[in-house]
Ligand binder design. Structure first.
Ligand SMILES: Cc1ncc(COP(=O)(O)O)c(C=O)c1O
Length: 383
C-alpha cells in the first residue's frame, strides 16, 4: 500500500500526460510555453480569482507574495505554529519576524481568538509592527477565514492564504486560494494537485500586486522587457513540462479525484467514529476539505509512536506531520520567534498520525488501515 499512490494516478492518466509532455518536447518551448498560460487561466477561472501567476514552488510563491505586499524588516507576520516550515521560513527570509500562533485542537488550523490576543501582545510590546497574517489551510481544510479576515480588518493587517495543502477546499461556494489579499499554493507531487517536480502559484484580484508578482518571479523584469530589470526579484517559473503535466491532472482533479478523496475520508470517519481513544479530524459545517492528509490524534506520544511502528510492520505506511512546533525549529532558536506560547501545537506534535489517503485508495485498503490501527490500539491498551 502507498501513502500517496502517484503511480496509480499515472496509470490512469498516462496517455494524456505522455502526449502533453511529448508536445512540449517537440515544440522546445521549455520555459514560459503556451501550456503555462493555459494552465494559469484554467486555475484562475476555477478559483474565481482574477490573476493566477505560476512560479517555481509553493515556498517561492509565499516569498514573492510577501515581497509584493511590501513585508520586510521590522514587521511581525502572524503564522500558525503547526505547519510546514515554509509558512514561517518565508517571512523570515524577507526580513520580517514570524510570530507563531497556536492552533485549534480539532481542525488543526490557526485559532482566531489566539491570533487576536497575539496581535494585541505584539502591539503592546511595541518592538515589531504587526503587518500581515499567513493563514494555512492545513491538511486540506480552509482556515477560519470569516473570523481571521475580520481580525485583519480590525488591526489593518494584510492576509496571505498559504493554500499549499488546500487547493480544492472551500467554505460554502468560495474556493481555497481566494481568501487572502494574496493566496498561494504548491504543486509538489504529493499535494492535492501535484506535478512531476516542483511548482507553485500565486492568486490575487489586485492588478498592481499581480504585475509585481510577475515581475518579482522573473528577476524583477519590466512588464514588456525582460532585460530591463527594475527591481530585485528571483528566478521562479513553472516550467512548461510541469504545466503540461498539470493540465490533464487538473481535469481529473475536477472531474473525480476531489470527490473520490472525500469519499475515502468519509469512509475512514465512518469506520473510526466508534474508537473513543482516537480524535478524528473535524470539518466544520459549511467547510469542504481537499484532504491533503487524514490526520488522527492518539492519546499520547508513546502510543502514537507504538502505533506507527506496529502499522509499519503490518505494511501500512503512516506519517507524523508535524513532529516539531515551528517555534522550536532550530532556525528560530535565540530569535524573537522562539518565544511563542503554543501548548496545543506542542501536544499535537506528540500525538498526530496521518493515514494513507489519495483518490485511488481502494475500499479493501481503507478497511486494512482501519483494522491495523484498531489492532495497534488494542495491543497498546493491553500494554
Ligand atoms: C503549508 C505549506 N506551505 C508551503 C509549502 C511549500 O511548498 P513547496 O514544497 O512547493 O515549496 C508546503 C509544502 O509542503 C506546505 O505544506
Amino acid at each position: 500500500m502507498e501513502f500517496k499512490d502517484l503511480k496509480q494516478q499515472y496509470k490512469r492518466l498516462q496517455v494524456s500526460i505522455d502526449n502533453k509532455i511529448a508536445e512540449v518536447i517537440s515544440s522546445a518551448n521549455f520555459i514560459s510555453g503556451e501550456e503555462v498560460t493555459v494552465f494559469e487561466q484554467m486555475l484562475a477561472e476555477y478559483v474565481e480569482v482574477k490573476h493566477c501567476i505560476s512560479c517555481g514552488n509553493g515556498t517561492d510563491a509565499i516569498s514573492i507574495a510577501l515581497m509584493a505586499l511590501g513585508v520586510g524588516n521590522g514587521d511581525a507576520v502572524f503564522v500558525p505554529d503547526f505547519t510546514f516550515f515554509s509558512s514561517g521560513e518565508c517571512p523570515a527570509a524577507v526580513g520580517a519576524t514570524p510570530v507563531f500562533v497556536d492552533v485549534q485542537r480539532d481542525t488543526y488550523n490557526m485559532d482566531p481568538q489566539l491570533l487576536e490576543s497575539t496581535i494585541k501582545r505584539v502591539k503592546k510590546e511595541g518592538k515589531l509592527k504587526p503587518q500581515a497574517v499567513i493563514a494555512v489551510d492545513l491538511f486540506g481544510l480552509p482556515a477560519e477565514y470569516r473570523r481571521i479576515r475580520s481580525i485583519c480588518d480590525k488591526y489593518g493587517l494584510l492576509l496571505l492564504e498559504d493554500g499549499a495543502q488546500g487547493f480544492g477546499g472551500r467554505i460554502g461556494k468560495k474556493k481555497s486560494c481566494s481568501f487572502g489579499d494574496i493566496s498561494t499554493t504548491s504543486f509538489f507531487p504529493a499535494k492535492p494537485l501535484g506535478c512531476y517536480g516542483d511548482g507553485g502559484a500565486i492568486f490575487t484580484n489586485d492588478d498592481r500586486i499581480a504585475n509585481l508578482c510577475r515581475s518579482l518571479a522573473v528577476h524583477g523584469k519590466n512588464a514588456d522587457n525582460k532585460y530591463d530589470n527594475i527591481r530585485i526579484g528571483m528566478n521562479s517559473r513553472l516550467d512548461t513540462i510541469q504545466a503540461a503535466v498539470l493540465i490533464p491532472k487538473f481535469e481529473a482533479f475536477k472531474e473525480y479525484e476531489l470527490e473520490a478523496v472525500n469519499r475515502v475520508a468519509d469512509r475512514y470517519t465512518d469506520l473510526l467514529e466508534d474508537v473513543d481513544r482516537l480524535c478524528l479530524p473535524v470539518v466544520p459545517e459549511g467547510f469542504y476539505s481537499s484532504w491533503a492528509q487524514y490526520t488522527v490524534c492518539l492519546p499520547s506520544g508513546v502510543e502514537r509512536d507504538d502505533v506507527q511502528r506496529y502499522m509499519k510492520i503490518a505494511g501500512v505506511p503512516t506519517m507524523a506531520y508535524y513532529r516539531k512546533p515551528m517555534h522550536k525549529q532550530g532556525a528560530f532558536i535565540n530569535t524573537e520567534s522562539a518565544t511563542a506560547d503554543c501548548l496545543v501545537t506542542e501536544e499535537l506534535c506528540e500525538r498526530v498520525l496521518c493515514l494513507p489517503i489519495h483518490p485511488y485508495l481502494k475500499q479493501e485498503e481503507i478497511e486494512t488501515v482501519v483494522k491495523r490501527l484498531k489492532e495497534a490500539l488494542n495491543l497498546n491498551e493491553k500494554g
